[in-house]
Design a protein around this ligand. Structure first.
Ligand code: UT7
Length: 321
């Protein structure tokens, strides 16, 4: 039994913030952001476009493309680091609003790698027969976590959501999945939660994203290069059998390095970074939905996904569509 992707969907907030507009807020330039990162613009959620709202919109599109209804869903996993509530989970809100049966529904936290972690979990539910049709969603409202005076981080991120439907299949679907964590790296990329020292002193928490970009960059390039080998080994494939790289969209130079490792031209890399920015866990399902909807990725093709983020956590999967 395989877990196969049979539908995708996504949601992007209405508002678009271009580099030039950020350059009016902090000491940066369109040229620096394009050259060092590869971003031109990103979508920013308004008050109504909450993480759960975007998750539900993406899920609805995924259900339509899978030709299923909410009634068919028996597992919901939402990957997010920017949930509306600490509790209840975003998945609970999705379950309520979509009116799915009272199936298992929960969030998982694995930062930018959240989607590949969620897919790995859903894959196991499906392969062991516990789930027939799983909704895997990643939704992020990163704009709420940013210090808009910090040019080294505020130019990088955007908001949005992506979703897939995974179903039981006799033909190959997800054929390899590899996950890793190295908690030693927790201090170079994080958003403080309830436990910073000052939480006990009655001082207002500063829950803004912190990143030592250059250190994260170096670790990402080396970890992802190794990950690609692990995935190919597990899938028993060689790199020329991969049709598309659908990477986490953090930095054009990281994507180039991973494509090089796969001996893949950039024309086989799905790129949404320039228009979406880094949407954390949501970036892979957003890119996948974009490429399937515009007929770039076609049924029967093989994709390799990879992600790296706060934890440090990294991972990916290979799937036949
Ligand atoms: O998705 C989760 C995982 N995250 C990532 O994978 C992100 C990984 N990191 C990166 O993508 C890159 O490290 C960044 C894009 C964040 C930064 O690029 P970099 O080439 O590593 O730059 P840097 O941090 O080494 O900074 C180089 C210079 C510095 O100036 P000095 O010290 O050389 O004078 C920064 O102050 O660039 C400066 N700088 C900026 N200049 C204009 C940093 N941010 C900006 C900015 N505009 N927005």
């Amino acid at each position: 039994m395989f877990a196969k992707i049979i539908g995708t969907g996504s949601y992007l907030p209405q508002m678009i913030l271009r580099n030039g507009e950020i350059a009016k807020m902090v000491d940066t330039s369109d040229e620096w952001i394009r050259q060092r990162v590869g971003i031109k613009e990103r979508h920013i959620a308004d008050e109504t476009e909450t993480t759960s709202f975007m998750a539900i919109e993406a899920a609805r599109h995924a259900l339509t493309s899978a030709h299923l209804t909410a009634n068919d869903i028996d597992l919901i996993i939402v990957a997010t680091g920017t949930a509306d509530y600490i509790m209840p989970s975003t998945a609970s809100i999705v379950q309520m609003k979509l009116h799915t049966p009272n199936c298992p529904a929960f969030d998982i936290s694995a930062a930018c790698s959240g989607f590949v972690y969620a897919v790995d979990i859903a894959k196991q539910y499906i392969e062991n027969g516990s789930s027939k049709n799983a909704l895997v969603i990643a939704s992020e409202r990163m704009s709420r976590t940013l210090n808009w005076q910090d040019r080294s981080t505020c130019v990088l991120f955007g908001d949005g959501a992506g979703a897939i439907v995974l179903t039981q299949s006799k033909t190959p679907g997800i054929i390899a999945s590899v996950l890793h964590t190295d908690g030693q790296g927790k201090d170079i990329l994080n958003i403080p939660g309830l436990l910073p020292k000052n939480a006990f002193d009655g001082v207002k928490l500063e829950q803004k994203l912190y990143m030592e970009g250059n250190k994260v960059f170096k670790k990402a390039v080396s970890a992802l290069s190794e990950l690609v080998n692990e995935l190919l080994h597990e899938a028993k494939l060689s790199s020329h059998e991969i049709d598309w790289l659908v990477p986490h969209q953090a930095n054009y130079r990281i994507l180039e390095a991973t494509a090089k490792k796969l001996n893949m031209p950039m024309s086989q890399v799905v790129l949404t970074l320039q228009n979406h920015g880094n949407t954390s866990a949501a970036s892979i399902p957003l890119a996948l939905d974009y490429a399937i909807r515009n007929n770039t990725i076609k049924p029967g093709q093989t994709i390799l996904t990879e992600a790296f983020g706060a934890g440090l956590v990294w991972g990916g999967f290979i799937a036949k569509l």
